[in-house]
Ligand binder design. Structure first.
Ligand code: AHG
Ligand code: MN
Ligand code: MN
Length: 335
């Protein structure tokens, strides 16, 4: 019989050397928020019966949209614990200070509360992405600078996938570990220890509808992924859910690459550096993979804006290196 390990036990046993209870409890707070969001997500199909977002429910209360709900839950679980000095969410314009009279801690939480929001109403997997930094200066903690840190300084990152089961996957720099929620126990149990991107990779994920908007190098890269342009090894198949978390998760289990390239009118693509690309880049590297904007490692990009976007290529190392090569060649030719 295999061991039953709860997320709480696992986090405690594997906390980094510098971490005391604060950091461990912060991850546990996120697990709690995840359970609340999972519960709500499972009832999303009932909104037609029980009332739509924006409509008023039976008690006369406004129904919240699921992404606003998720944003609010994460904030409310984390604002008063004394572990954080600031938060930043994809759903909010500015950084979120810790409200008075709560104590400020030393960590910073960045999050995309609900990723894949276009899939909420069609019962397709969605997720939450998060990253944790330490503040730069204890005496001045809680400033924008604490949030605008490159991914290389993340101390933890992870995501929650609300799919056929709810999973929480995270790293603190000691490998990537996955936990599955047992809905009856209400506990996340260790189900995927030390996840590694398998070789050879199986899938590529990209929105093909945008083919004409990409540069010739990216178009060539797509053909390369399809086994044309001289790629060796088994041909890759294509899968695209339109929820980054879900696409990333499948590729993490099966091997592959997620691409959201720059477009003619969108030179930075769509994916947000702080809330999406950075945390997933940390996870990918910890799973033996790599994430790049096509020109530099995602983890090395110094953010200047909270909602900054970046082209993203994340997955098996060999696949990400190749897109960098094609883009580099294009650059050399055009200079
Ligand atoms: P969000 O729902 O947090 O705004 O993110 C949506 C993102 C990402 O999850 C997904 O990979 C991508 O948008 C899909 O975009 P396209 O519809 O342009 O392919
Ligand atoms: Mn998102
Ligand atoms: Mn979102």
């Amino acid at each position: 019989m295999s061991k039953i390990v709860t997320i709480e036990r696992f986090i405690l046993d594997y906390q980094p050397d510098y971490a005391r209870g604060e950091f461990t409890n912060l991850l546990y707070d996120i697990a709690l928020a995840a359970k609340v969001i999972a519960h709500k997500t499972n009832r999303a199909g009932l909104v037609d019966i029980l009332g739509r977002a924006g409509a008023t429910n039976i008690q006369g209360e406004q129904q919240q949209k699921l992404d606003v709900f998720a944003d609010d839950i994460i904030f409310r679980v984390c604002d008063h614990t004394g572990r954080l000095c600031a938060m930043a969410s994809e759903e909010r314009e500015d950084i979120i200070p810790i409200p008075e009279p709560f104590k400020k801690g030393s960590y910073v939480l960045v999050y995309d509360p609900l990723d894949g929001s276009s899939n909420i109403d069609v019962n397709v997997s969605i997720g939450t992405i998060f990253g944790i930094y330490r503040c730069l200066n204890w005496d001045l903690r809680g400033r924008r600078e604490d949030v605008l840190q490159p991914g290389r300084r993340l101390v933890a990152a992870g995501y929650v996938l609300y799919g056929s089961s709810t999973m929480l996957v995270y790293t603190t720099g000691q490998g990537v570990h996955g936990f599955t929620l047992d809905p009856e126990l209400g506990e996340f149990l260790l189900s995927h220890e030390n996840m590694r991107l398998p070789e050879p990779p199986t899938f590529y994920s990209v929105n093909h509808a945008y083919f004409d908007r990409w540069s010739p190098a990216i178009q060539r890269y797509l053909r390369w992924l399809q086994g044309r342009e001289g790629r060796e090894g088994p041909a890759l198949s294509s899968r695209y859910i339109g929820s980054l978390v879900a696409d990333f998760h499948r590729n993490l289990l099966r091997g592959g690459i997620f691409c959201y390239p720059a477009e003619k009118d969108k030179p930075n693509g769509k994916i947000r550096l702080l809330y999406e690309a950075g945390p997933l880049a940390f996870l990918a590297e910890q799973a033996g993979g790599y994430a790049s904007s096509g020109y530099e490692p995602i983890l090395d990009i110094d953010p200047t804006d909270l909602h900054q976007r970046t082209p993203l290529f994340v997955g098996n190392r060999s696949l990400v290196y190749q897109v960098e090569r094609f883009l580099q060649e294009e650059r050399v030719v055009s200079n």
